[in-house]
Design a protein around this ligand. Structure first.
Ligand SMILES: Nc1ncnc2c1ncn2[C@@H]1O[C@H](COP(=O)(O)OP(=O)(O)OP(=O)(O)O)[C@@H](O)[C@H]1O
Ligand SMILES: [Mg+2]
Length: 236
């Protein structure tokens, strides 16, 4: 459903992704592993249209979206839950999560359950700075699930002080898969790696390895955890 060939991206004259090759199929869960600064968030943002592509092609559901912007890709069904959710103030949680236009009341309760938020307590709260970082992140994830995207990308839902618990994340990814959609999760967590269908390892702005999730995550643990290659090469 998503195929990327030989993709290169530069910003302000600096190469930020090179020679990226990816292939995502419908109804599967993928993980992307990589050290700090390897290019994971850059890749995720590029997939949904934040960065112009200098070289290569992106095909999504047989449509060439190489030159399509964020809105066009969102309309086609591509969504991301950012590592740092954007601020969006002054509306209620209910309004916020239904901005995507859809309100599927059957599933909304399940989304609150999956993300570990109490529906009755939060649905009429204002989305402002009285919400904690963790609550905001969960609301962002519910908003993504509400859109029922064909491709949902989750950038490190398990990292930082606002992290969701691993069983909740696993529930979220399995929900996307159960609906016949594709999930991509950026994570280092082995329990999550154990339930994904296929894994990619990113290093130094490109995909260096791909294969069985547990093999890729054990390679990462052995070879990448202690590697300072990216930090040295990536420093500007
Ligand atoms: N627009 C940009 N202009 C210049 N450099 C950029 C830009 N976007 C990303 N980079 C650089 O690309 C590299 C990868 O950043 P990225 O945020 O993708 O890393 P990451 O793998 O998500 O790391 P982390 O695990 O810390 O989230 C960094 O060195 C970053 O400074
Ligand atoms: Mg990142």
């Amino acid at each position: 459903m998503l195929k990327i060939e030989n993709m290169r991206v530069s910003r302000n004259g600096k190469e930020i992704l090179k020679n990226v090759e990816l292939n995502f199929e419908k109804g599967k869960i993928y993980s992307i592993l990589g050290s700090n600064g390897a290019g994971k968030s850059t890749l995720a943002r590029t997939l949904i249209g934040f960065n112009n592509i200098e070289n290569g092609t992106i095909i999504f559901d047989s449509v060439d979206i190489t030159k399509s912007g964020i809105t066009e890709r969102a309309k086609l069904g591509m969504t991301i839950a950012l590592q740092e959710p954007a601020r969006f103030e002054g509306i209620t949680v209910k309004e916020y999560i239904t901005l995507g236009g859809k309100y599927n009341s059957d599933d909304i309760m399940e989304f609150f359950q999956i993300t570990g938020l109490d529906y009755n307590k939060y649905i009429d709260r204002l989305v402002d700075d009285t919400l904690s970082g963790g609550e905001r992140k969960r609301i962002e994830l519910i908003a993504v699930l509400m859109m029922n995207p064909k491709l949902a990308i989750f950038d490190e839902p398990d990292s930082g002080i606002d992290a969701m618990s691993i069983p909740n994340i696993v529930g979220m990814l399995n929900y996307v898969k159960r609906k016949g959609n594709t999930a991509v999760v950026i994570t280092h967590n082995e329990d999550i790696a154990a339930i994904v269908d296929y894994a990619y390892l990113i290093c130094d702005k490109t995909i260096k390895k791909k294969g069985k999730p547990l093999e890729i995550s054990s390679y990462y643990k052995k070879r990448c955890n202690t590697c300072d290659y990216v930090a040295m090469e990536g420093s500007v």
